[in-house]
Structures are given as structure tokens and as C-alpha cells.
Design a protein around this ligand. Sequence first.
Ligand code: TXA
Ligand code: MG
Length: 331
Amino acid sequence: GATAPATQRLGPDGAGIAEAARLLRTGGLVAFPTETVYGLGVDAGDPAAVAALYAAKGRPRFNPLIAHLPDGAAARREGVFGDDALRLAAAFWPGPLTLVVPAAPDGRVCDLARAGLDTVALRVPAGALARDLLLRTGRPVAAPSANRSGRVSPTEAAHVLGDLDGRIAAVLDGGACPVGIESTIVACLVPGAPVLLRPGGLAREAIEAVLGRPLGAPPQGAADAPAAPGLLSSHYAPRAAIRLDAEAIRPGEAALLFGGAAPPGLDGAAARLDLSPSGDLAEAAANLYAGLRRLDASGAAVIAVMPLPAHGLGEAILDRLRRAAAPRPAG
Ligand code: TXA
Ligand code: MG
């Protein structure tokens, strides 16, 4: 039988970036680090490459992708920016913010990457490696997180290979991602307050301070037509079950801790991990996905998660943990 072609592991130097850009320009699938998580990139203007990306991820249905650009000027060619979008882009790009805006009529992000919508999700990631890759590629790069659909997002090249080795052309290895949780997604589509579609690596409070008013909430649509379509199903799921708001640890559970706490029963835990012993939410976000993988590897059937603060990056951390705890599709 045919064996899967090996996935190249590229170093974060000029040769590695050049090869990654060449692969992207010729329709290849290349995982690369951003400040949030590793993305699985393809040329956003190439429908065949985008279709191959959906197949490699095993997305159950087509879900719009975020187009990544090297700078704000390149992003503004792909979308229609009103005052709020311009202000947010100026304040937070490059950085962990994705803006959903009307797609520019002459934009290059193909229909399939936008899942047929007339809007487009745009992001200018921070980090020299991502920026160099995007500049060299010279076209918008569509990139979901570089994991199989429904799995925990990757924050290291080894996580990417664990999920996708043999299914993608290459991974550009830039070490661990400093933010560790996906970008915050804000839609700027209609007059009125911009809408928070997904909490993420940029705290709501920082965005609202720049806007001078609160973000809106997404409309509560039908379960299979949410405002950000990827968001409602079980997601970010380790193999173990997740038990939220655990005040005490039951024997044999793995314990996900925060702030140096030692809840009752901790001595009987199968494994333990403190996301930030000093209680720093940015550090906790950076450690979240690798921590879930580590606790999962202990073989415990349940990961007990102690209560966490809900402000700042805590909103995104709790969002991902709730999704990890959500009922999973059978099979
Ligand atoms: O940090 C990140 O955002 C990472 C890195 C790789 O950049 N990317 C990422 O992509 O998290 P992904 O595909 O896992 O999540 C993209 C989300 C999905 O929930 C999708 O539904 C939403 O963005 N989205 C994309 N285009 C949209 C649009 N036009 N309207 C509403 N939601 C959109
Ligand atoms: Mg994802």
C-alpha cells in the first residue's frame, strides 16, 4: 500500500522560510507558528488548495477560514474597513485580533475559504517568522489552527506533527507560541457596536477601551448557523472528560490548577499541572493547550479544572475549557 509522504520539518531560518513560501505558492499545506497557535496555511486564493486543507483537517463541513496578511495595508485590500475596524486594526495589529468585515469586491480570498459568505475574516499576526513567511508568500494565507478537527490546538511543532504528520507538506518550527490561545474575533459589519464572535488572546477590556463602548454579543442563531460557524460544536477536546469548577479533586483525576492552589484531594490526583502558580492569566493562556495535552497523556479518565477568574484572558480560557467539556459527537 502507499505510505503517506513525509512532512518536512523546516527550521526558522531564511532557507526554511523560503521553502515554506515556495510550498504555499504552489498549493501546498504548510503549518507555521503565529503568536497565538500554529496555523495550517494555504494560499487563500487557490480553491483546490483550500479544499485539500479542509480534507487534511477533517473538518466535518466547510467553515470559513481566517486570511493572514503581513501588514494592515495588505489586509485593507481584502476587506471594507469602517471607522471601528480601522481603529481596532491601528490599535492591535500586528497581534491576536481577527476582524470580520465585508469582503472587498476585488479581494483575493476565494469563495471556498470564506465558505460562500460575503464577509472575510482578516488577521495580521505578530511575530517575525509569520510576518516574513507572509511577505515572501505574497498572497493572503488562509490558516485554521493546525490540528485535526475537534482536537486541542497546537502550540508547538511537535503537536502539529502528532496530528498531521504525513498529511501536510511541511511544518515551520518556530518553537512555542507565546500567547497560546487563538485570536479574539470581532465582527465589524453593521452600524452599531462591533460584535465579539470569539474571545481569545486579546482581552475584551482592551478592545472596549479603544472603542469607548462595550462590544456587542453575537445574535443567538440556530445551532448550525452560528455567527462564527466553528464555535458551537465540541472543540478543543482532549481524550479525557473535563470536569469544570472542581472545588476538590477526586481520586485518580488529573488536576488542572491555577494560582498555586492546592484543593482538597490533590494528593490522590493522577497528575497535576498549575497553569500559572503566580496567578497570571497571560501565562495561564500560554500554558493551556500544552497543559491539557500533558494531563491527557497521564491516562486519567477525567481532568478536573478548578474555578478560574473570568476577567481578561480568563474569558477565553474558560470559553475553551467549556468547549472541551461539551458533549462530543459520537464516533
Ligand atoms: O489565532 C487564530 O485565530 C488561529 C491562528 C492560526 O491564526 N486561527 C484560528 O482559525 O483559530 P480557526 O479556523 O480555528 O478559527 C477561525 C474561526 C472559526 O470559528 C470561523 O467560523 C470564524 O473564525 N470565521 C472565519 N470567517 C468568518 C466570517 N466571515 N464570519 C464569521 N466567522 C468567521
Ligand atoms: Mg481551531
